[in-house]
Design a protein around this ligand. Structure first.
Ligand code: THU
Length: 163
């Protein structure tokens, strides 16, 4: 018997101002997208903005539904949209911002497990790590160098192909 330790490394920026210019500008697009979220049930708004290797920017926000499980998170709306429009273009980075209509979101909001899994598919397929940056409305911004950093022990297509 032996124990394995899994380590993740994240970078924390104290404010938006500490981000490199191109990342700060992507985060602003996530903030803008967040404002158009359709979140009448949770009142929790999330915006995501992706920058692709060809320079294209693709945004998404959470889309809720009266049949609650039929809704979708911002990150998957954005990444599926990128997959639909630019199927073979690697994704450089994703910026995520969350706010609530009922309280002030001051802590960085990481993507949910299902979104991490969906994002990993693109990272694996396009053979390029996707940088992730996430924040609340204000405050610190957390960076992960890849989806895998937030999702160790990944189950991906390599698993299905016994690679
Ligand atoms: N949500 C996201 O858009 N992204 C996440 O990673 C977590 C949660 C949305 C889903 C739902 O509309 C609301 O936030 C509350 O869970």
């Amino acid at each position: 018997m032996k124990k394995l330790e899994i380590k993740s490394t994240l970078t924390v920026f104290d404010t938006l101002d500490e981000l490199p210019t191109e990342v700060a500008s992507l985060m602003k697009k996530a903030v803008q997208a967040r404002k158009n979220a359709y979140a009448p049930y949770s009142k929790f708004r999330v915006g995501a903005a992706l920058e692709l290797e060809n320079g294209a920017i693709v945004v998404g926000n959470n889309q809720e539904n009266a049949v609650y499980p039929s809704g979708l998170c911002a990150e998957r709306v954005a990444i599926f949209q990128a997959g639909a429009i630019y199927p073979n273009i690697p994704i450089k980075r994703m910026a995520i911002s969350a706010s609530s209509d009922t309280f002030n979101v001051v802590t960085p909001i990481p993507p949910c497990g299902a979104c991490r899994q969906s994002m990993y598919e693109y990272e694996e397929n396009l053979k390029q790590p996707i940088e992730l940056y996430f924040m609340g409305e204000t405050g610190k911004v957390v960076k992960a160098d890849s989806v895998q950093e937030l999702l160790p022990l990944t189950f991906g297509k390599a698993t299905l192909n016994n690679i």
